[in-house]
Design a protein around this ligand. Sequence first.
Ligand code: PHE
Length: 507
Amino acid sequence: MFATMGAFGLAPTAEAARREPAFQAPRRSDFTLKGRSAAKVVIVGGGIAGLAAAYELGKAGYDCTVLEARERTGGRNFTVRGGDSTTDTYGNRQTARFGGGQYMNAGPARIPQWMVTLDYCRELGVPIEVFTNVNANAYIFNEQSGMKAPVRHRTAKADVYGYVAELLAKATDTGALDRRITTEDQERLLEFLKDFGDIGDTLAYTGSSRRGYRIDPAAAGTPGEELGFVPTASEVFASGVGRYFSFEFEYDQAMLMFQPVGGMDRIPAALTRAIGERRIRTGAAVSRIDGTDHGVTVTYTRSGRTRTIEADYCIAALPPNILAKTSHNLGPAVQTALEACRPSSAGKIGLEYRSRWWETDHRIYGGITETDMDLAHVWYPSYGFHGERGVVIGYYNYGSQADSYAALTPREREARAVAQGVKIHGEKYRSELASSFSHHWRQTPYVEAAWHSMAGGPDAPVFAPLNQAAGRVYFAGDYLSHTDAWQHGAFTSARKAVTALHTRVLA
Ligand code: PHE
């Protein structure tokens, strides 16, 4: 009966129990009948989680102060434009020399449609545009696997799907599936495979127009000429090109994807405006967080002077690896949990070119070239099409690949990235280069992580002390979400902390 009531919407369902209650932003009117008033909150960390917390609490009139160690808000949401400077933990100082209108998103750069990040863009009036995550015209180059030249994504896909379809069709045709599915279903499967792999009634893959053309079809008299030299099934499997096609099947990487027009940092810029600059102290590095019986005392250094700030509550929205190095009295279980958040590496280099040769010479308009080289991924810009210049992401890599580039000087990083990219794109990859800027998160002061590996996930018992308040201190960040390394994780985690804090204040 209970389930039936649930189906009629008269009782909570199991489905509803697993779902987070819809976020209800704190409102000023929440206080009117309760005889309570908004509290004072100090937020440590001006990344997306910290800004989102201040923004949401601000809606109900909370007196928020954000302390941000770096000179700008946004945290890992960092868009690099001409004139921007960084110094990494090795002491490498760089100033970007990108031309007007050119930028690279050094951190987050793509937003799936289902993530709340887009809701914040809508609410804050941040215009968005399509980000091309998968492009049939981009390349795959597995140098380590013995490929001699890059192939187009579409060509590799036609070959992989073609041969897989052929093999499965032949297995079906020779009775290998007789005990598994009915004859009728086998016929349906064959119909599907003929279409899926373009293998025709012979059930043999011999190439397909899907691979692309050597001479493109045009007017009558010019039927075009398909790409020749269809590799064998063995060659296709040995090249490893098949491993990239499931990428866009993932829930968080499927097209369409989006980006803010003009750079990802339009999001923190809009949040910063909405919160009010006067509530945000940049250049304020926190050295202590102390819970007291009635509040929280946070000690920080700004312009060489040490100061303290007292508040009713604190939201610790800084990276856990940084908080683990900060003095606090939040207890050993909190410290153990913080130390269990293992920082990961990732890096990017932006290569600014004098011409958009990837569009004119390669007909590539955005998207990603996939490789098994140390540069991992090459991203073509999803903005400024047909313009004069453009910034290509020459590497976006993680883990030891990122660390090996980070260990080099910026000049050496550029030289290595270009030498690798020339193998895919030819000499223009070198000759058209105007400037470059590289960025590595593990080596970025006050961040020191691209994201975190959380053994067992954020709900594992060891992290429990961070998923609740430690006295009057709440924790927030993408690391405390099931979408680590996405702004969605930072936003939803901040919302959770805000809800818990506000509920407590109202009680
Ligand atoms: N969100 C980041 C990106 O899209 C990091 C990430 C990569 C997260 C792959 C999940 C999967 O590049």
